[in-house]
Design a protein around this ligand. Structure first.
Ligand code: ATP
Ligand code: MG
Length: 461
């Protein structure tokens, strides 16, 4: 096993006593990331922590992951580490693996391919700037400049204990401002997904978007339709998982990006009476509070919270099924919403009718409660009751029944500890037969009514 792969705790890097104290507390740096840095440096390469981790540490927030930028080529990185794999075709990266499925991402310094073209032919700025290839290696400074926002363009040199700032990121961090590196219009047109990224950082870290950057985001929001749907989907999920989805949705709407991504949600907010839009945002507040408390919250709950009020506010003539289909189809079209998540979301939203006693379902309440998704459906019911008062009494009854359920039955239902839903990705969820949802029955029923089921297999409808 190589030196860098040993698992014993290593002391923090020795710092020269003549140097000023490090700008970032060494105890806050990731031990495995430090091993990777040290090993790259020993092999003669430049290597720094970069991006989100430096930004978050300077804001006293906890970084999600510790990315590394280096002068070593991907192939050199691969040769330096035994526990390493190269990934990605368009943007080749090295993943260095550590115990417990931990991965440290190591990227070679690159330069912005669009900038090269613009230097040679400035008139190209009038044309198509969308980045399609991103593998031109460069220097540390070029690598800082190709990044999206100044606050994301900082390096941290562990050996010197120093932040390296080629882009004015420190000043913007101190002023809590998000600003593109270079011309906002060019940088947004190169990659319109940056609109969603700016909104995520603004919402999550409570930062302001610099006016020039904001104007460019608004001017080019329609170009989001040109981005790869998979990237758009990933960013939508990151917004919903951010713990600040309410603010993110407000900003998406103001920037004109919501009309591009989810036109039905945008249209709902444009025409909904005040009480309905405040219920919509209330559901987002509910999931935000859960996420900030670190409670597990599956993506289908996040999407259910996003869509539930729109479905419930649909005209009476529309059944919930008719109301939810176009919303999910929109997500599939714009963002290639994966089928598994679409089905989970549909199930959670449609099950509300059965929980509220608005629709009949088959089987006993116990069978209903044994559904692997019952706790999640109940959670969405609770959120809805909190924001709208709907079904508050029925909710209490379901909760009592759920609490009285025998431990064996709970286990059989593959549920987690009370109140903490398990993921639908769990083995039982995966083994549920998939059938297309038949039409809804719009007949009022008591929550414990055990006659007739139009939905069949899930046990939840
Ligand atoms: P988070 O903490 O949410 O992961 P992050 O800033 O680390 O935020 P990542 O998506 O992990 O975001 O990207 C890592 C870094 O890569 C960013 O900080 C930024 O420097 C750069 N980057 C990521 N996406 C882009 C992009 N679309 N355009 C330019 N630079 C980008
Ligand atoms: Mg990151």
């Amino acid at each position: 096993m190589n030196e860098h792969q040993t698992q014993e705790v290593e002391p923090a890097p020795a710092l020269d006593p003549d140097l000023p104290p490090p700008e970032i507390d060494p105890a806050k740096l990731d031990a495995d990331g430090l091993k990777v840095l040290r090993h790259l440096r020993r092999n003669g390469h430049q290597a720094y922590f970069v991006g989100g981790c430096v930004r978050d540490l300077l804001l006293s927030a906890k970084p999600k992951d510790f990315d590394i930028a280096t002068s070593a080529s991907p192939e050199e990185v691969r040769r330096t580490f035994r526990n390493c794999r190269l990934i990605g075709r368009r943007f080749r990266l090295a993943h260095v693996y550590f115990q417990g499925h931990k991965v440290i991402e190591v990227a070679t310094f690159r330069k912005n391919p669009v900038e090269e073209i613009l230097v040679e032919t400035p008139q190209a700025a009038e044309g198509d700037l969308l980045i399609s290839e991103d593998n031109v290696f460069g220097t540390a400074e070029e690598d800082a400049r190709r990044r999206d926002f100044t606050i994301n363009g900082l390096f941290y040199d562990v050996a010197l204990g120093e932040v390296i700032d080629y882009v004015g990121g420190r000043t913007d961090l101190a002023a809590r401002v998000i600003r593109t590196i270079g011309s906002p219009a060019i940088r947004i047109r190169e990659d319109p997904v940056r609109i969603l990224r700016a909104i995520r950082f603004a919402a999550k870290l409570e930062l302001q978007i610099e006016p020039g950057t904001w104007e460019a985001m608004k001017a080019h929001a329609s170009e989001l339709s040109r981005c790869a749907p998979a990237r758009v989907f990933e960013e939508i999920l990151r917004l919903l998982r951010s713990g600040a989805s309410r603010r993110a949705l407000e900003l998406l709407r103001e920037a004109g990006a919501l009309a591009m991504l989810l036109p039905s949600v945008d249209a709902f907010l444009a025409s909904a009476p005040e009480i309905e839009s405040s219920r919509f945002y209330g559901l987002l507040d509910f999931v935000d509070a859960r996420l900030r408390a670190g409670l597990p919250t599956d993506d289908s709950i996040l999407l259910g919270a996003l869509l539930l009020r729109i479905v419930r506010a649909a005209p009476q003539k529309d059944s919930p099924l008719t109301a939810i289909e176009p919303l999910l189809n929109e997500l599939v079209r714009v963002a290639r919403l994966p089928r598994r998540i679409a089905e989970g979301t549909r199930l959670l939203v449609l099950s509300q009718g059965a929980l509220l006693g608005e629709r009949r379902r088959r089987g006993s309440p116990t069978r209903f409660m044994r559904s692997p998704h019952f706790d999640e459906a109940l959670l969405l019911m609770e959120a809805n009751a909190q924001v709208s008062g709907e079904g508050a009494e029925a909710l209490e009854r379901w909760k009592e029944r759920r609490a009285a359920m025998s431990p064996e039955a709970s286990r059989a239902a593959a549920l987690g500890p009370a109140g903490v839903p398990t993921s639908p990705r769990g083995p039982r969820a995966g083994s549920q037969p998939r059938r297309p949802a038949p039409p809804a029955i719009e007949r009022a029923a008591e929550p414990d009514d055990s006659a007739g089921d139009a939905f069949g297999s899930s046990g939840l409808l």
